[in-house]
Design a protein around this ligand. Structure first.
Ligand code: A3P
Length: 325
């Protein structure tokens, strides 16, 4: 029997099976054969048990902050490359492997109580994140936050303007969302970033094809904004945490910021930075009307999906459905 040296053999293999070039990482402890060859110094308890998947601009940073206040929950170390987010499952970081991912979490001290979580807001609408996450973290709990997709689109546009994106500076929001096919590619890219994550039913369906509905909690982002303590109660139940933290006592509404913030000793508040909860004019009525129509069918699909999952409809969705009937 003749065989090529290892590297050439691998090259030959991937020539024959190019579709296998993209790796898929599984939990080494889920399969005895993998566990047996997994280093004794490593542990499978260094993976998160909860993922906040986004989408962007729905209040994910506020939720991340609030969860981090809970004594039973531990967030990831911040990433130097992507600010606080790891963004492992959605993009190129995935190819860095699971050791790279695990380094973002502390070495477990007491394996039964360590409950790690991370939030990467573009997992939600990624084509690949759900499949990859389910392969590595099949038992994880998943939280997604949904606000009116029209408001999400507008918030993203304002975010880009605040970051001096020349396209968002040049074109009005209405120009961006209504642009046809025959427009500069950069405008199309911005349009997609505004509109595509808001096709909630499509993205949620993808997560549901990899996770059981009982593992996924859909939060009303509007409620997270106005009644965060009630939302945190709901999350604690969903996660089955032993210690219940009374968020009513540790969050306070900051009138200057216009949002709920962490209440510090001495009565001061610690709010999120300027980039979260920006001040900008209301959306114009034409854009609102256009987006209502644009998302109508998708919102109807979303309501059916939530019904099947046994989850309540967010208040903004009920309002949108009323407008479309
Ligand atoms: P705007 O800045 O457009 O108002 P994300 O963290 O996912 O990027 O979401 C940012 C959005 O979170 C903000 O969008 C804001 O509306 C919302 N948000 C909800 N609760 C908040 C809070 N307590 N503090 C600041 N922003 C909050």
């Amino acid at each position: 029997l003749q065989t090529l040296p290892p590297v050439q053999l691998a090259q030959k293999y991937f020539q024959i099976f190019p579709e296998e070039r993209d790796p898929i990482w599984q939990d080494p402890c889920e399969d005895k054969r993998h566990k047996d060859i997994w280093s004794k110094e490593k542990t499978c308890d260094r993976f998160p048990k909860l993922l906040i998947i986004g989408p962007q601009k729905t209040g994910t940073t506020a939720l991340y902050l609030f969860l981090g206040m809970h004594p039973d929950l531990t967030s990831n170390y911040p990433s130097k490359e992507t600010f606080e987010e790891i963004q492992f499952f959605n993009g190129r970081n995935y190819h860095k492997g699971i050791d790279w991912y695990m380094e973002f979490f502390p070495l477990p001290s007491n394996t039964s109580s360590d409950f790690y979580f991370e939030k990467s807001a573009n997992y939600f609408d990624s084509e690949v994140a759900a499949r990859r996450a389910a392969a590595l973290l099949p038992k994880a709990k998943i939280i997604t936050i949904l606000i009116n997709p029209a408001d999400r689109a507008y918030s993203w546009y304002q975010h880009q303007r605040a970051h001096d994106d020349p396209v968002a500076q040049k074109y009005t929001f209405h120009d961006v969302i209504t642009a046809g096919h025959d427009v500069p590619i950069k405008l199309k890219v911005l349009q997609n970033r505004c509109l595509v994550p808001g096709l909630y039913a499509t993205h949620l369906q993808r997560w549901l094809s990899h996770y059981h509905p009982s593992q996924i909690l859909v939060l009303d982002g509007q409620m997270l904004r106005t009644e965060p303590a009630a939302v945190m109660d709901k999350i604690q139940k969903f996660l089955g945490l032993t210690n219940t933290l009374n968020y009513h006592k540790i969050l306070a509404f900051d009138p200057k910021k216009g949002f709920w913030c962490q209440l510090l000793d001495g009565g001061k508040t610690k709010c999120l930075g300027k980039s979260k909860g920006r001040k900008y004019p209301d959306m114009d009525v034409d854009s609102r009307r256009f987006l209502r129509e644009h998302y109508r069918e998708h919102n109807i699909e979303l309501s059916k999906l939530l019904y099947k999952m046994g989850q309540p409809l967010p208040s903004w969705l009920r309002e949108e459905l009323l407008h479309s009937s």
